[in-house]
Design a protein around this ligand. Sequence first.
Ligand code: AMP
Length: 277
Amino acid sequence: MKVLETIAEFRRIRTTLPEPLGFVPTMGYLHEGHLSLVRRARAENASVAVSIFVNPTQFSPSEDLDSYPRDMEGDLSLLKKENVDVVFAPPADEMYPPVFSSCVEVDKLTRRLEGASRPGHFTGVTTVVTKLFNIVQPTRVYFGQKDAQQAIVIKKMVADLDMNLEVVVLPTVREEDGLALSSRNSYLNHDERQAAPVLYRALMLAQGFWSQGERDAGKLRNQMAKLIGKEPLATIDYISISDNDTLEELKEIKPPALVSLAVKIGKTRLIDNVVLE
Ligand code: AMP
């Protein structure tokens, strides 16, 4: 497994990698969620590239860029076991030299949900992902449903800008108690970890009402808020039931609908979602 830190080195190696190439972009501190993407990429392609880059432009100044968990050695040993061909792990100034002055922006979809709570976040994501796609030149790229809006925004960008690659979105990997795996779970102390599955319980509550025939989105949001309100360590950022393509909030649920939420457990902001089919 080659580990490369510069764009020039990656470009040199890229010409030797057999097609098709599967690519998994990550911010590192890898867990089974990331590895599920790597395994699928391995199964579907002749070569596999993974990037590890904590992208500064998708964090606002008040967010957790400096404290974001990092473990390059551990990550590389996990990726080696998965038979990854090449890891691209550039330093920040390789991706963003001081003269950098461009961005890629997807409108509309990015104003909602995470985009409303984290202004500028998706411009950082779409800009770095475009750069990574240009560097890696993948045939297929792999993203997690865990970040549902991110996957939708990237699909839109790929379609709008005629990027010649296939976007594959894979299911959320969870702990036994339903908590979605996330690098940020490492911030949780014991009590917060006990409280964190309340996100999943709220999603399951919504799914249950939906299965029993409830179509009033407002009722589902209220029931979810009531459940989360009982958890003293939880603070709701948003609870949304939206159209799974446009992300517009729904009054009456029509499938496929995306039930998504962002909740702070203590100081740690967690997100999760399910799709009502
Ligand atoms: P990150 O390192 O958080 O930027 O995530 C890299 C990729 O892994 C993104 O496409 C995420 O959606 C995906 N991912 C993160 N957590 C999970 C999970 N629990 N299950 C499946 N995919 C995930």
